[in-house]
Design a protein around this ligand. Sequence first.
Ligand SMILES: [Ca+2]
Length: 154
Amino acid sequence: MLTCSTTKLSVIVIDLHYLFSRNLTQYPGECGVGSLFLQVNETQNLTSPGFPSLYRNDLICRWIVTAIDAIEDIIWVKFITFDLERGYDFLQIGDGDDSSDESSLIGSFTGRLKLHVLSSNEFQLWIVIVTDSSGISQGFHIEVTSMGRCGMSN
Ligand SMILES: [Ca+2]
């Protein structure tokens, strides 16, 4: 029997207003390609700038991930490596392409996290890393995949 189970994540939400209260001025060229387009079942890697070297202070990068071939597909995010300064540096992920829309937030992640998977609710996903003025860590390596809603459930 094929069922579509959903794994509930323990999401650390430190301060939902942290990202949205900041002026998101991105540093040109530093963050790599800002728009990722995924074919059906395609996976691409996304890392913090300089990974696996340490990221830097006062960093803001924003990416938009879009499933282009099938509008019914959603975006799956798999955390491979995740190490941000706990409580001060954050990776935030939300639905759609508007990271200033607080209601679109799926999760806010900080500290060290083990491998896990989450998904968007639609065909587009935004991802933002914001770091403060001191304290750096290795950063993150995630995989983003365009797939149906049951695609990566266990
Ligand atoms: Ca920091």
